[in-house]
Design a binder for this molecule. Structure first.
Ligand SMILES: NC(=O)c1ccc[n+]([C@@H]2O[C@H](COP(=O)([O-])OP(=O)(O)OC[C@H]3O[C@@H](n4cnc5c(N)ncnc54)[C@H](O)[C@@H]3O)[C@@H](O)[C@H]2O)c1
Length: 253
């Protein structure tokens, strides 16, 4: 057996997982799952109220900061602010937005820049900062949030969103190759998951969500907790031989 094969895989109890967009929805569920598994979480978000609710739920198991992950300088500064005890061992690039619904003939350059920055550039900024500051860990891993929209093209008017999620999938595969064997990199591709972002997709039209749900083989939207279960698995030693994967969590859609 080689030295690498013999290396023990640490459990989540000594993991410090940086979760971007961790104040709501899927990100918050991932924070909850990490803490329940005995780990600690760094939570970055622009939503001050959501951050404070998360702090109240998890106390000393989390450290939180108001960070706009679309801003490279803010990401670098927030990473530099972490004390050595909070140097991250794992990263979840989760923050994302749908952006304004636009036809291709109406694409607004400022909105293109905003959605690319929040959904795609943030993954590059977060990954770079993580690699510079991370505490080496035998199970080091990154999970990125793509979407099945990367393959389906998304809902009408959401071409820009779908494009960013396709790029996140490509980046995941490239990063998995570049960072092996020290860091595993995988992505999740959720389908319709019941979180606040769905109000931006369907304009708060719950009837439309129910209609879409009928076309999903498992006949319902997924929950944030179900996506978090998959994220926790990809972060954990149980997925030690999994890298460069984009995993659908979409009820068979
Ligand atoms: N819910 C779904 O159906 C679904 C499907 C596919 C993919 N996803 C992806 O999952 C991820 C999480 O989405 P969600 O459903 O939990 O949505 P959500 O809106 O509940 O959560 C997104 C979080 O990201 C934060 N955020 C937004 N812009 C930010 C910025 N610039 N800097 C820091 N934080 C920022 C928000 O404040 C929010 O807390 C997103 O990347 C989304 O594209 C969601």
């Amino acid at each position: 057996m080689s030295a690498r094969q013999a290396m023990p895989q640490a459990s989540m109890t000594d993991a410090v997982v940086l979760v971007t967009g961790g104040a709501s929805g899927i990100g918050r569920a991932i924070v909850d799952a990490v803490v329940a598994a005995g780990g600690r979480a760094i939570v970055w978000d622009v939503d001050a109220a959501g951050l404070s609710t998360c702090a109240g739920a998890h106390g000393a198991r989390v450290t939180l900061a108001r960070v706009d992950v679309a801003d490279a300088g803010a990401v670098a500064a927030a990473m530099a602010d972490l004390t050595p005890d909070w140097a991250p061992t794992h990263l979840v690039n989760n923050a994302g937005i749908i952006g304004r619904r636009m036809r291709l003939s109406e694409m607004d350059p400022a909105e293109i820049d905003r959605v690319l920055a929040v959904n795609l550039k943030s993954v590059l900024y977060g990954t770079r900062a993580f690699l510079e500051r991370r505490r080496p860990h035998p199970g080091a891993a990154i999970v990125n949030l793509s979407s099945i929209a990367a393959r389906t093209g998304g809902m009408p008017g959401n071409a820009l969103y779908a494009t960013t999620k396709g790029a996140v999938a490509s980046l995941t595969i490239a990063a998995a190759k570049e960072l092996a064997p020290e860091v595993r990199v995988n992505a999740l591709a959720p389908g319709v998951i019941d979180t606040p972002i769905q109000d931006d997709v369907f304009g708060g039209d719950r009837g439309r969500v129910a209609e879409i749900a009928r076309a999903i083989p498992l006949q319902r939207p997924g929950t944030a907790a179900e996506v978090a279960e998959a994220a926790l698995w990809l972060l954990s030693p149980a997925a030690a031989y999994v890298t460069g994967t984009v995993l659908d969590i979409a009820g068979g859609r």
